[in-house]
Design a protein around this ligand. Structure first.
Ligand SMILES: Cc1cc2nc3c(=O)[nH]c(=O)nc-3n(C[C@H](O)[C@H](O)[C@H](O)COP(=O)(O)OP(=O)(O)OC[C@H]3O[C@@H](n4cnc5c(N)ncnc54)[C@H](O)[C@@H]3O)c2cc1C
Length: 389
């Protein structure tokens, strides 16, 4: 393994640091308070070429891989945005960029990939359903044949940044579960317009990640044109999993960046703050948990880079991507919690930022895949243990 960054990687990381620091902590605190979408930030990410890092060069991207995407997201998140920022990468370069690069039609690629790179189109992704939950294969949203295209009926929940998106990647059954041999059959992906007759969305009130709204989405007889199918009809599940595993890599990068930022804020404060004469940073009770969080975040980063490198080499990477995400969720949880502890009362104030990092990072122990489902995956696939559900 080579731990040196290439020249291209160094340029990407330096650019990400410059963009991230130009916005900084206060920008994110203000937007969080106003529950406002970070449009100016995202445009700058696109202008700097960071959205297109893994988009093929022929469509205006840099043609690099998930390794570089991981480095960019870690750096941007550590510069002030925290984990929520990584969701913007999940939606656009992953659900837009990776899905289209791998499974899009030539027409979709020509129209949408350059627009994605330049920040002219945003994406959202609709998979989760209220009744199915984690058991996504129990989804009920159904696309029935209608001439050359389809009509979708159903409901999705927790869909991120719908009002800001022009395109929605919808995952739906095209064959009923009872009509297929394996539950993974009969599922397809469609890329449709958010603004479309029969598609309605309603906001959900929530605990954090305030800069990106979450919505319930209702589909009633929503028309889908034949050219809006992405990938293989009825066989979209395997293709979707490939995309979802790259989402894990970006999630982990966001958590690693958040943990790094929380530890840094805590260490800086602890060196400065004096209560019984000396700095509170001299107490081991404050030092050791921050040291533990730092060790965990660095291990998560390493495992995530392994997952990204395997992906870039076209090798299996699901276990590594899942394990890295599990560890990063713990690391960010520990780092942000201990940052609050280190800052004492000030940890609970908005002024010092760590409460936002803590609130937002908590989400990623549940989503996009929960810790329990990662453990289920690892014990079955890596340890060969029986399925418990
Ligand atoms: C803010 C936010 C943004 C989101 N953005 C999107 C988005 O853009 N698009 C999208 O499609 N979805 C999105 N999601 C949905 C997210 O992926 C799901 O919430 C998550 O996968 C968990 O599903 P659930 O909420 O239905 O929980 P449930 O399935 O009800 O699970 C509840 C608990 O039970 C546990 N559990 C369930 N089954 C098992 C089992 N077999 N073994 C052990 N434990 C189990 C789970 O791990 C969890 O702890 C988002 C969610 C949130 C909160």
């Amino acid at each position: 393994m080579n731990f040196e960054r290439s020249e291209e990687q160094s340029i990407m990381v330096d650019t990400a640091r410059r963009v991230g620091e130009a916005f900084g902590l206060d920008y994110w605190r203000d937007l969080d308070a106003k529950k406002e979408y970070p449009a100016a930030f995202w445009q700058e990410v696109c202008n700097a070429g960071l959205c297109g890092v893994a988009v093929p060069e022929e469509f205006g991207g840099s043609g690099l891989g998930m390794t570089e995407m991981a480095m960019v997201v870690e750096t941007l998140c550590a510069a002030g945005g925290g984990s929520t920022l990584s969701q913007m990468f999940m939606l656009n370069p992953i659900f837009g960029g990776i899905t289209l690069s791998k499974f899009g039609t030539p027409a979709m690629k020509n129209e949408l990939l350059p627009a994605l790179v330049e920040g002219r189109v945003n994406f959202c992704m609709a998979l989760t359903e209220p009744d199915a939950g984690t058991n996504t294969l129990a989804m009920k949203t159904f696309a029935r044949e209608d001439g050359a295209g389809w009509r979708i009926d159903g409901q999705k929940i927790w869909i991120t940044a719908v009002p800001q998106a022009r395109k929605m990647l919808v995952v739906a059954r095209t064959k009923r579960a009872e009509d297929v041999e394996r539950k993974t059959d009969g599922i397809s992906m469609f890329l449709i317009d958010v603004e479309r007759a029969g598609l309605v969305h309603r906001p959900i009130e929530k605990a954090g990640t305030n800069t990106l709204p979450s919505s319930l989405v209702f589909f009633e007889n929503v028309r889908v044109e034949p050219e809006e199918l992405v990938g293989t009809l009825h066989r979209g599940w395997r293709e979707l999993l490939d995309v979802l595993n790259t989402e894990r890599i970006v999630t982990t990068s966001g958590l690693v960046g958040t943990a790094e930022l929380a530890v840094k804020l805590a260490v800086d404060y602890a060196k400065d703050r004096k209560v019984f004469g000396g700095p509170i940073g001299a107490y081991q009770s404050l030092q050791f948990p921050l040291g533990e969080a730092f060790i965990e975040l660095e291990c998560a980063r390493l495992m995530n880079h392994k997952a990204a490198a395997l992906y870039d080499q076209g090798k299996p990477y699901s276990s590594e991507a899942n394990m890295a995400k599990w560890l990063a969720g713990k690391a960010a949880g520990l780092a942000t919690d201990r940052a609050i502890q280190t800052l004492g009362g000030m940890g609970y104030s908005k002024e010092y930022h760590v409460e936002r990092l803590w609130r937002d990072a908590r989400l990623f122990r549940v989503a996009p895949v929960s810790e329990e489902m990662i453990l289920n995956y690892v014990v079955q696939h890596d340890l060969g243990m029986p399925r418990s559900y």
